[in-house]
Write a protein that binds this ligand. Structure first.
Ligand SMILES: [Zn+2]
Length: 357
């Protein structure tokens, strides 16, 4: 069954939500559909221990929305070839949802005396910043002792993501004063020159070793060649690996003062997703690695430059292991795929973690 689920198309996303919920309902777990006005509905699935009061909660987190608009399937159909399954959103992260479903089945079949309640949360707007799901996922994370994020892993060996950069954007607007560039240059305040001076300053804050990057990726300013530019703006991409660096980048941005007399600066924005710091999940990763070893799997870790909903749960101080999903490549591209033969092992590892955490 194929079902497209672009973040921005509610009707299509809702259809996919129905497909997912049907599969989970088959297993006797509580499936709640949380209606949304503008985005696809979110799904909360609860697997409660049999006949006992749950001793805590574990959260399995993911999203079913994709970056591909409706109709992509005609150009990029689901297909299996050479041990790989291709399709839009398969790696990021529909295969992760499938793996979690098999993990649930494994837990049901093993008939373990499950101590903790397990909540699976599948949201519909991760790819566009999680505006409609953030509160919900933070609430569930606060109730949980650990969060497993079924986002794609990294590389052919399926590294989990034990650190993720925080991501944000800011806009820097410069207000100068227009004047004739030939007749009265002294009366003008050049906003483009001011912006250039500020960007030269900001560029020096980049620190690859610490994982701080600030990039002016959109700039515009001025109107005509003989008019001193009155206005200029830059949109900055912000990334940091540490929460303290995130705060210092934000405060430095807001502390910027004009270089040219009379120019005015306006700075808005900041980090949307805080960094997921490695120390947050060191213990959880160690446990995952040792379980993997018992299953004859090797498990490595890496740092991701992009953010996910794991950044939100990690920032609350809840141990969060991200990149627990599929092994593959090509997220957000026309050759997105997963390696099929890795899926059972990944599902088994998740089941083992859920059974023992
Ligand atoms: Zn994703």
């Amino acid at each position: 069954m194929t079902s497209e689920s672009p973040s921005l198309e509610k009707a299509a996303a809702d259809r996919c939500c129905t497909v997912v919920s049907k599969e989970w309902r088959k297993h006797g777990v509580r499936v709640e559909r949380i209606p949304q006005k503008h985005r696809g509905d979110h799904l909360r699935i609860t697997f409660a221990p049999f006949r006992t009061r749950p001793a805590g909660q574990l959260l399995v987190l993911g999203h079913y929305d994709t970056v591909y608009s409706s109709g992509t399937l005609t150009k990029m159909p689901f297909r299996i070839s050479g041990g790989k399954a291709y399709g839009p959103g398969i790696f990021d992260m529909k295969a992760g949802i499938v793996q979690a479903l098999f993990a649930l089945q494994a837990l049901l079949r093993a008939k373990l005396r499950q101590q903790k309640q397990i909540v699976f949360l599948w949201t519909s707007d991760e790819e566009i910043g999680s505006e409609s799901s953030r509160k919900l996922l933070e609430t569930e994370a606060r109730r949980s002792e650990a969060v497993f994020v079924l986002e794609p892993s990294f590389g052919p060996h399926g590294l989990v993501k034990t650190a993720r950069k925080g991501v944000g954007q800011a806009e820097l607007i410069v207000q100068g004063r227009a004047s004739h560039a030939g007749l009265a240059p002294e009366e003008g305040i050049n906003a483009v020159h001011e912006l250039a001076a500020q960007l030269t300053r900001i560029e020096k804050w980049n620190d690859t070793r610490r994982g701080i990057s600030i990039n002016a990726d959109i700039v515009e300013g001025g109107t005509r060649v003989n008019v001193i530019a009155e206005r200029a703006r830059a949109v900055l991409d912000l990334r940091a690996l540490r929460i303290s660096d995130m705060h210092s980048v934000e405060s430095r941005l807001h502390a910027l003062r004009p270089v040219h007399k009379g120019a005015k600066l306006k700075i808005t924005g900041g980090f949307d997703r805080p960094p997921l710091e490695r120390k947050n999940c060191a213990a959880l990763f160690a446990r995952a690695k040792s379980l993997a070893k018992q299953m004859n799997l090797s498990l490595g870790q890496c740092t991701a430059g992009g953010g996910s909903d794991g950044n939100f749960t990690g920032a609350l101080g809840i141990p969060t292991l991200d990149g627990m999903g599929a092994v593959g490549d090509g997220a957000h591209s026309d050759h997105e795929y997963v390696l099929i033969n890795t899926m059972p092992g990944r599902a088994a590892l998740l089941a083992a973690l859920l059974a023992t955490c």
